[in-house]
Design a protein around this ligand. Sequence first.
Ligand code: B12
Ligand code: SF4
Length: 486
Amino acid sequence: MRILFVKPNMGLVDGRPYHDRGRMEPLTFAVLAGFTPERHQVELCDDRFEPVPYDEPWDVVGINVEIYTARRAYEIADRFRAAGAKVVLGGFHVSMIPDEAQAHADAIALGDSDAVWTRILDDIEAGALRPRYPGTPCQGAVSGIRTRWEIFRGKRYLPMALTQFGRGCVNSCEYCATGNLYRGRNAHRPPAEVAAELERDGRTFVFFVDDNLVADVPAVKQLCRELIPLKIRWTAQASLNFASDGELLDLMMQSGCQGLVVGFESRDPSDLRAMNKQVNLGCGDYDAVVERIRASGLLLWAAFLLGYDHETERSVRETVDWALSKKFAFSAFNILMPYPATPFYERMKREGRLLYGGRWWLHDDYRFGHGAFAPKHMSAEQLGELGLWARLRHNTVLQIMRRATDRRTNSKDIWSLLTYFAYNPLFRDEMLKKHGMPLGYRGFERTRADAGLVERARDALLPDELSSALLEQGRRVLTRISRVFD
Ligand code: B12
Ligand code: SF4
C-alpha cells in the first residue's frame, strides 16, 4: 500500500502558511515508520513547509493530531477521505478526546500505537478496518522501537536528532495532558538499545523528547552510562528534582548533557500546590536549586506557567525579573491553557470559567497565544498580553546580550555561546510571528495576526536584519561543528 504520513501545520500568518524556522523532526513518524512492514511504501509530508499531495493516489493517510493542529488536521483528513483514502488519526489530542477526531477519520489510534499501527495496516489490507484502536498501556518496558530517521532525508529541520527513552510521567500535574493520559505511569526503552540506535545512525546532537527524562532515576543513570562512550551532546526535558541527585548530575554531564528544559512553573507555593506540582515543592528554595544547576554549567531552558489563581500582573513581572536575574539561556513563559480531559479543564468547566464554549482549539475567534479561560485576577486578554510581554522583556537585545555574559553557563565554551546565539533570536522571531495566529487554514486566508500588538513588540526588540544575521551565522557554525562530529 502507499502510505502518507502528515504532520499538520498550525495555521496561517497574514494569510500564508505559518513557516516555522525552528521546526524539529516529527519523531512520531520515524517511530511509526519503524513499525510499518517493509512491503508498504511510506512517505512523509510536513505541512509546516511542504504542499500536501492531495492529487496523488494514497491508500492510507496517517495524520498526527495535537491540540493546536487539530483544526488543520481535520481539514486535511476531510479532503483525503473525500478523495477515497483511508484516513487514520492519532496523537495526544485524539487520545484525550477521541469522539471529536472520530468524526474526521476512518479509524483512530489511542495512546501509544506502536504495535497497533501494524494491526491497523493489516486490517485495511484485509478490508476489516475497525473505527477505534486502543494503544498499548504504558507498563513494563517500551519495546520494539526502531526509529527510522531516514524518512526525514532531504527535508530541512533543526540540526538535532529527536529520540525518546521513556514515555509518561510519574507526576500528575493538574494542567498536563501527559500526566492525565499516562496516569502517573512511566515506562522506558532498554538503555543499551537507545545508545546502539544512536551509534548506528551516527547521531551526534540529540534531543530526548521524554516529558520527563528523570521519571525513573536508576534507569536514566544507566542510560547515561551507555551514552558516555558515544561522545555525543544531548538535551532533554526534566523535572526539577534531577538537581538534588549529585550522582545523576555527574553522569548527565559526563554523558554529554548540554542543557535541560525544566519546569519551574511558578514561584508561588500556593499555586504550585494547586497545580499538584509536588515535585517542585519538594525541591526547596528555587535560588539554591538554580545555583546547584549553574555550578554544573548546564544551559537551562526555564519554563514558567502564567495564570494560576494567585497570579497577578505584579507576580508575572516579578517572575520575569527573577528569570532575568538567573540569566537562564532560554525561558518559556507559557500561559495556562485548559487542555481537554485534564483535571484543570474539568475544574474550569465546573467553575464556569471556560471561554470559547469550552472548545477554543476549534473556535473561529480563538488566536494563538490568547487566554482561553477566565483567570482570577485579570482578564483572559490581559493574560495573553502579559505572556507576550514576558517573552519580549526576556528577549530584548540588551537582555540577550546581558544573559550571554554568564561565563558559568551561556558563554562557558564556544559551543554553548553559539547555541545561545543561534537559538535566542530564532525563538524570539518565531514567538512574535505566531502570536495572534488563527488556528487552521479554512476561512482565514486573508486574516492578519495581531498586527498592532506584534508590530509594537517588534519595535521593542532587536532589529530583524540583525537577528537574522546572527541566526544565520550561528546556524552555519553549528552545521560545521556537527559535520566535524559526523
Ligand atoms: C517534542 C515535543 C515538542 C517539540 C516539537 C516536536 C516536533 N517534532 O515538532 C516542541 C518543543 C517544539 C513542542 C512544541 C509544542 N508543543 Co509539544 N510536545 C513534545 C512532546 C514532549 C513529545 C512529542 C514526541 O515526539 N513524542 C514521541 C512520539 C513517538 O510519540 P507521539 O507523538 O505521542 O506518538 C505516538 C502516539 O501518540 C501515536 N500517534 C501519534 N500520532 C499518530 C498518528 C497516527 C496515524 C497513528 C496511527 C498513531 C499516532 O503513535 C505514536 C507512537 O506510539 C509531547 C509530549 C509527548 N509525550 O508526546 C509534547 C506535546 C505534544 N506538545 C504539546 C504542546 C501543547 C506544544 C506547544 C503548543 C507548546 C507551546 N506552548 O508552545 C508547542 C506547539 C507545537 C506545534 N504543534 O506546533 C502538548 C499537546 C497537548 C495536546 N492535548 O495535544 C504535548 C502532549 C505536551 C503536554 N504534556 O501537554 N513540542
Ligand atoms: S512533571 Fe511535567 S510531564 Fe509530568 S505531569 Fe507534571 S507537567 Fe506533566
